[in-house]
Design a protein around this ligand. Structure first.
Ligand code: SAH
Ligand code: SF4
Ligand code: F3S
Length: 474
């Protein structure tokens, strides 16, 4: 077996020590100010980033911080950033820029940036030079060193920038404060080895590192015991889970072990890379009790020429074969996917290949992205970059097609009674409850039920983004 790349026990203990030291500083703060220090944290980006923020919040809580949703009042402000598209980065620069006035009004406020964007040396340099009110910056590799870095910022009053690259930082045994009481994220691996030519993720998150199965099983068992109803296993490519460990164990084995646990829960996972989605995986889902019949399987493009340029390592035909095998073997399976429009050199014909693949699969939902060049990735310097006008035109046509298909798929449920997991009250209309079907479709229905309750809902009306229903008699 290849040893997993965990940080050492000594390192972990040292971080717990720093948490105690910061706790003592928080206690002093409380005795002077008559209140504990407060923290505001915000996440940009994917579920892995959400899960990282939950870890940071766990450490903050352990260090005596209470949480606020108003940054202008907080003693500690943190943004967990994303680098996947330019838009995500511009949002961060805008938000951080607007905090300069908060820092002027309350100079003791600690402003921190972490996550994928600031792992890039160029972004860190930009922050260092132009955003001087940022005290602390750290990349995903330095997440576990947060207590030490915060301590140093508080004591030494210096700026700390901790974003050196690393591939050896899996960590067990740090606290986590989960946002939701019903649905939990469980990261099963970090990093990515695939180097799709458009993507920054492998450059900022490093190579694949799998957590040991026993650690994941322990975490999942404890979540089920605490009453979590939905557990989502996270990784950039969950299908290559354990490839780096050489222990004769794979993602399907992990799913089977979790599926064998007793309790009332659903397992989801993301993301599956089509090149590694196996027949074994499909049969595991088909024979399971707890695995959702909803699979998120990004195809990115329907054109073989573009797929090759993207370095995706499967063809349109491979993808469609996988989908038809899954549809045959998994009763009621539905798919969602990610797709990129306007990749360099994409012609109208390539785009039509994407449109026809979408019609053929009939996805339940699609996340459509306009190609965004990322510095340091091969696609950014390819000849044949597409104009914004063409990109937007393709984006609009694709979104219209998907809206039509999603409406048709949702309309099939009108008149049926479906099982729905309550996720909370509706933000806009408090007389409505929000919930998700087993296949992750959004449903609104009148009433007031606690988060995590499973209810039966009759579907009355379908739109492209979801459905309206009413509670059905059991
Ligand atoms: N590991 C996952 C995806 C992570 S990024 C996978 O392989 O499926 C999430 C999505 O962002 C990708 O699926 C892709 O559709 C999109 N994306 C990534 N880089 C992009 C870029 N440079 N421009 C536009 N979309 C991008
Ligand atoms: Fe990016 Fe490709 Fe890795 Fe997904 S599999 S994170 S798209 S490089
Ligand atoms: Fe996720 Fe964005 Fe990083 S999509 S892995 S937070 S670049």
């Amino acid at each position: 077996m290849v040893e997993p790349k965990y940080i050492s026990d000594a390192e972990l203990l040292s971080q717990w020590d720093y948490m105690k030291k910061v706790s003592a500083i928080s206690a002093d703060f409380q005795s002077i100010q008559g209140r504990p220090p407060s923290a505001y944290t915000k996440t940009f980006g994917c579920q892995q980033n959400e899960n990282d923020t939950e870890r940071i919040n766990g450490m903050l809580e352990e260090m005596g911080y209470v949480f606020t949703d108003r940054p202008e009042n907080a003693d500690f402000i943190l943004f967990n950033t994303c680098a996947v598209r330019d838009h995500a980065e511009q949002k961060v620069y805008g938000t951080v820029g607007s905090l300069a006035s908060v820092k002027r009004a309350r100079p003791d406020t600690v402003i921190a940036l972490c996550g994928c964007m600031v792992q890039q040396p160029s972004a860190a340099e930009e922050i260092r030079r132009k955003y001087r009110h940022v005290n602390l910056l750290f990349g995903p590799h330095a997440l576990y060193r947060f207590p030490e870095n915060l301590y140093r910022v508080l004591i030494e009053k210096t700026r700390i920038f901790d974003n050196a690259p690393s591939d050896g930082n899996l960590t067990e045994g740090l606290p986590v404060k989960r946002e939701d009481k019903t649905r939990a994220w469980v990261s099963i691996m970090s990093g990515c080895n695939n180097f799709c030519t458009y993507c920054i993720v492998p450059h900022v998150r490093g190579r694949e590192r799998s957590r040991l199965p026993e650690q994941i099983l322990k975490e999942v068992a404890s979540l089920i015991k605490q009453g979590y109803k939905e557990i989502t296993l996270l990784g950039q490519n969950v299908n290559s889970y354990c490839n780096d460990l050489d222990i004769g164990y794979d993602f399907s084995d992990l799913l089977k072990e979790i599926d064998a646990m007793e309790g009332d829960f659903t397992i989801r996972f993301m993301t599956s890379h089509p090149k590694d989605a196996s027949e074994k995986l499909i049969d595991t889902i088909a024979n399971s009790r707890h695995i959702s019949r909803h699979i998120h399987l990004p195809f990115q493009s329907g054109s073989n020429r573009i797929l090759k340029l993207m370095n995706r390592k499967y063809t349109r035909e491979d993808y469609l074969n996988l989908i038809s095998m899954a549809k045959e073997r998994i009763k009621g399976v539905v798919f969602t996917s990610d797709v990129i429009v306007g990749f360099p050199t994409e012609t109208e014909e390539d785009f039509q290949d994407t449109m026809s693949l979408i019609r053929e699969v009939e996805f339940d939902g699609l996340f459509t992205f306009i190609y965004s060049p990322r510095t340091g990735t091969p696609a950014a310097t390819m000849e044949g970059q597409i104009t914004d006008e063409i990109k937007h035109d393709r984006y609009n046509r694709l979104s219209a097609l998907q809206a039509e298909l999603s409406t048709l798929s949702n309309q099939k449920l009108v008149g049926q009674v479906v099982s729905v997991l309550v996720t909370g009250q509706n933000d806009k209309d408090p007389s409505l409850c929000d919930g998700r079907t087993d296949t992750n479709k959004l449903v609104h229905f009148p009433g007031n039920y606690p988060q995590g309750t499973q209810v039966s809902v009759r579907i009355d009306r379908a739109l492209h983004w979801g459905m309206y229903g009413t509670l059905a008699d059991k």
